[in-house]
Ligand binder design. Structure first.
Ligand SMILES: [Zn+2]
Length: 354
């Protein structure tokens, strides 16, 4: 398509016809990127908005952001990192904090992560997952498709590892990063503590280091940057797993050459949409069973998709209903109903399958 456009452009120029610059300014987002970086900040939720984050601001100031992306209803880490990387509801993949890593994850399953889809489409490309919480690299990211994995017990060491990896000349099509220090501080002190906010600011520094390394390698033009969090933390007490807004509203920020500057991702955005965005940017067809979607106000020239109701009608119906009840009553009753009814409904549907 690009080639055709440049040929037309060259022809028009030769013919002496002037073309307004904006006529060809739109660059297609589908397959418009060679690299996607998903930077996960565990436990930060939507509280990134409250922190002083010069790096986040300079990266996503020209990008599209929401601090109201919805997590999965159960706000535990394993459930949400799985949904973010798989693009399906937490009750579809069934990975929880209790069972994560019981066995090594392989790619021959109904709901693999985006790593598997990228590997199938690009057999030779480099894939990388660098995390602080190693359970992700055992129990979520597949172990049989050649993903380069690293785990270190501190976010600073994870950052060093990533910068070294990039500086050694590696140019992965997909890199996933998980920082864990904000979550630790959230558990220790709650989300309205000064320590919690300042730890987000520390991690902002790591984000900046990774971004600058990508830029120094000349990869920025072809890269899509995503920052996402798996869940937030309770105020006053700290902790998560429940259904309060502080736990279940989160940040999703995207930056790249075809992302709308100042775009405010639409109100239907969910953290699991990261999976759809990733495959779209790399030009890989979305698997039929994914319920992630491309949010509105993200890519230039692309309308937000309607979430595919028929692929998980129970999730669609209940999540919208729960949202209406929760936002109208200003309580968490909608989310509570969602979780319980979904669990019961999924059980009934599964019993029919067997
Ligand atoms: Zn977490």
């Amino acid at each position: 398509m690009k080639k055709v456009l440049s040929l037309i452009m060259a022809f028009l120029l030769l013919a002496g016809i002037t073309v307004p610059a904006s006529a060809f300014a739109y660059e297609p987002s589908y397959g418009g990127y060679k690299h996607v970086f998903i930077i996960g900040i565990d436990g930060a939720g939507s509280f990134i908005e409250k922190a002083n984050t010069p790096n986040f601001d300079r990266i996503f100031g020209s990008g599209a952001v929401t601090y109201n992306a919805r997590t999965e209803v159960r706000t535990n880490s394993a459930d949400n990192w799985s949904s973010i990387l798989k693009g399906v509801s937490f009750l579809k993949h069934n990975i929880t904090n209790d069972n994560i890593g019981e066995q090594e994850m392989t790619s021959d399953i109904e709901f693999p992560t985006v790593f598997t889809y990228v590997r199938n489409a690009m057999p030779e490309t480099k894939l990388a997952s660098f995390v602080n919480w190693n359970a992700i690299n055992v129990g979520i990211v597949e172990t049989d498709i050649g993903v380069v994995k690293g785990n270190y017990p501190s976010d600073e060491e994870v950052t060093n590892l990533i910068c070294n990896y990039l500086n050694e000349g590696n140019d992965p099509a997909l890199m996933f990063v998980q920082f864990d220090s904000v979550d630790h501080v959230g558990h220790d002190t709650s989300s309205d503590s000064a320590e919690f906010i300042s730890q987000i600011e520390v991690v902002d520094g790591y984000l900046g280091r990774i971004y600058d390394t990508v830029a120094a390698k000349g990869m920025l033009e072809d890269s899509l940057f995503i920052v996402v969090s798996d869940h937030g933390h309770l105020r006053q007490y700290g902790g998560h797993g429940g259904i309060t807004m502080d736990e279940s509203m989160t940040t999703l920020a995207v930056s790249g050459k075809t992302v709308i500057t100042g775009g405010k991702l639409d109100k239907f955005t969910r953290s699991r949409d990261v999976a759809a965005i990733t495959l779209y940017a790399l030009g890989i067809e979305r698997p039929n069973n994914m319920t992630a979607r491309i949010p509105g106000n993200l890519f230039l020239g692309i309308k937000g998709e309607i979430r595919p109701v028929y692929k998980d009608p129970l999730d669609w119906m209940l999540s919208n209903l729960s949202w209406i009840i929760t936002s109208k009553t200003n309580s968490n009753i909608g989310f509570a109903i969602y979780a319980e009814v979904y669990k019961a409904g999924a059980k009934i549907i599964n019993s029919f399958k067997k």
